[in-house]
Design a protein around this ligand. Structure first.
Ligand code: IPD
Ligand code: CA
Ligand code: CA
Length: 261
């Protein structure tokens, strides 16, 4: 099958903007916030954004499979094409009217991630990448930093919803990084965290227990911008992994040591 990845990417961008219209509509006007877990929220904005994104993709690609956070896996097509969607990454921020969240859409063919788009509807920043074509922010090429020193690095992380019982390993990693790096931020959208490594705002990112829709698009963008993306022990990151470590490559080994417990 001949795949036009530029077209695929443009459709993803259109779908992301369609989702953004929904998110902007609901921002500050939510009437329904529900809990999927003790601290894992879902709102009408998540649901409606996802519907709109899927509708937009389906219109162009009726036979593609879709994996989306709120509705799961749909249509077991034969095409080998799969879309991976987070209709609102940063729901907690959104529910608290903190203007830092994103829409994340990735495309894979026969299990290989080939394109990714992450859009922050508030700032208007659109991160995009196609495999082997590099990554862009609002159309301009981006790349990771050339920082070699962990002591001068700015790092970002996130805290998983589902392991609040055993926080020890998480806190040890946090402490290790806090001692070694210039600083750590926790912004609340893993997709944007990865994009911020890609464009050089952060030198490294780590988190555990993320889901494929949190990382798929950001990972393509980060890798295309020169990032190294692995698990905590340095194995190439795959979407079913429980740990993700993304850096500029130069501080990767140091970060792996900081992740080791
Ligand atoms: C969450 C965000 C957050 C990360 C959480 C994710 P959601 O996604 O990416 O930064 O720390 O682990 O679940 O639930 O807002 O789509
Ligand atoms: Ca998410
Ligand atoms: Ca989400």
């Amino acid at each position: 099958m001949q795949l036009d990845l530029t077209y695929v990417n443009n459709v993803a961008i259109g779908a992301a903007y369609a989702g953004a219209t929904i998110l902007n509509h609901f921002l500050g006007k939510l009437t329904s916030v529900q809990k999927k877990g003790p601290s894992d929220l879902v709102t009408e904005a998540d649901i409606e954004s996802e519907k709109k994104i899927i509708e937009t993709l389906r219109y162009r690609f009726p036979d593609h499979q879709i994996l989306a956070e709120e509705s799961g896996l749909s249509r077991a097509g034969e095409s080998g094409c799969l879309w991976i969607i987070d209709p609102l990454d940063g729901t907690t921020n959104f529910a608290h009217q903190l203007p830092f969240f994103s829409i994340s859409i990735a495309f894979a063919f026969n299990g290989e991630l080939l394109a990714g788009v992450v859009l922050n509807p508030v700032s208007g920043e659109l991160f995009s990448a196609v495999k082997d074509k590099g990554a862009t922010l609002n159309g301009h090429k981006i790349q990771v930093t050339n920082q070699e020193k962990i002591s001068e690095s700015l790092l970002v992380t996130g805290f998983p919803y589902n392991n609040r019982e055993d926080l020890k390993p998480l806190m040890i990693r946090f402490e290790n990084c806090l001692k070694a790096a210039r600083g750590i931020r926790r912004l609340g959208s893993a997709a944007l965290d990865l994009c911020f490594v890609a464009c050089g705002r952060f030198d490294g990112f780590w988190e555990e227990n993320l889901k494929p829709w949190d990382t798929a698009a950001g990972m393509v963008i980060a890798r295309e911008a020169g990032a190294k993306v692995t698990d905590f022990s340095g194995a190439d990151y795959a979407l079913d992994m429980k740990e993700i470590l993304a850096t500029n490559g130069l501080i990767h080994r140091d970060m792996e040591i900081l992740m080791g417990i």
